[in-house]
Design a protein around this ligand. Sequence first.
Ligand SMILES: NC(=O)c1ccc[n+]([C@@H]2O[C@H](COP(=O)([O-])OP(=O)(O)OC[C@H]3O[C@@H](n4cnc5c(N)ncnc54)[C@H](OP(=O)(O)O)[C@@H]3O)[C@@H](O)[C@H]2O)c1
Length: 430
Amino acid sequence: MTAPLRIALAGLGTVGGGVIRLIEANGPVIARRAGRPLEIVAVCARDRSKDRGVDISGYQWEDDMTLLAEREDVDVVVELVGGADGSALALARRTLAAGKGLVTANKAMMAHHGMELAETAEAARAPLKFEAAVAGGVPVIGGLREGVAANAVARIYGILNGTCNYILSTMEQSGRDFAEVLKEAQELGYAEADPSFDIEGVDAAHKLAILAALAFGVRIDFDAMEIAGITRIRAADIAQAAALGYVIRLIGLADGEDGGLFQRVQPCLVSLEHPLAAVDGPTNAVVVEGNFSGRLLFQGAGAGDGPTASAVVADLIDIARGNAGMPFSVPVGALEALPPADAGHRRARSYLRFTVTDRPGVLAEITAAMRDAGVSIESLIQQGSPEEGGEVLVAMVTHEGPESGVARALELLQDSASLTEPPLVMPLLT
Ligand SMILES: NC(=O)c1ccc[n+]([C@@H]2O[C@H](COP(=O)([O-])OP(=O)(O)OC[C@H]3O[C@@H](n4cnc5c(N)ncnc54)[C@H](OP(=O)(O)O)[C@@H]3O)[C@@H](O)[C@H]2O)c1
């Protein structure tokens, strides 16, 4: 057997601890498959004395994590610290510039700096791998890079945030409202103390940006991403969706259209017939539509120490085998820089929910705006009984039509005194 792959581990939290446990538990089988053992040489975290439930006494401790990149006894640095910028980015830059391999689970850093890091990796001929950054243990990046490599991808979409999916599916099962379920998710450890990145859709957008780059061979353009989270969804929306034969899921979707790149994260009504409707709890799932493969579904645990460590160590095995590859499959210089696609002409059936004051003529005002904007209403689902404060929910589904029509109707209504909050729009995914 050849020399071990020597690893430095930055970050010994949930994922870092999982990586140590996995390499300890599966060392012999990993060494057989990789052709050489994986050996952790040095580690770094903030607090050396913290009990981490794993024995780190056999590894050298480094106080300053950027020094891991300079160590002569290290081939690959594994960055499991997190954060788009700051010390994680400094470590990533130094590691790649030093010609060492980098494995990271850091989607925020890859979404914001992935192009720069990939360029540095290419220049230094160093491997850069990030399977764990998207959908935790689900091997979707490997699937895109290798399994689907022969296809033109028409679109890629999926459930990319386990916290949102847990909240939405729990709201669905229990009939409870968002705030209550979020609180419970925090108590159970499914949501962070500061859940904003998850519930506002930003975390899913980070992952979608990485997937889009791989699926379409384009440069990451995170700033062009349209992002809406799940905070405005009410129990009543979920009940209405159910009555129509749909569930609500936060969907990240990207496709290449008319020379532009469309990337959006938003809650959608997903038909019960669709495979994503059955994806419950903190699970992630990604659908890839290839022109020869047809529709593929990648599904599994989107987070957690074991699944995420599984993806990190898969990258390490790849590097140990000598499969460096290009981080985004093709050289960064060959990635296309596509402008954002104009969403206005995208056709969809949409669910619209209005929150209105309970007074005569409101419904006529809304339907007139729809008519004037050329939006055809398929069904007016509910004119509910007044909620607290005399509010009524009016929900409707439109016939298929361009998004620009719905946008125009909402513009016509924006100064309406009848609306108590901006309308909520969710496309139907069938
Ligand atoms: N958790 C998941 O299920 C999951 C899934 C997919 C991807 N990820 C990604 O994986 C990465 C790590 O996530 P995690 O959940 O494992 O985070 P975590 O539990 O918070 O662990 C972070 C680790 O980084 C260390 N750290 C933070 N700042 C540091 C600094 N300045 N210098 C040295 N060490 C520092 C912490 O040290 P102390 O322990 O001493 O405080 C801790 O060990 C993130 O990018 C995350 O987005 C996580």
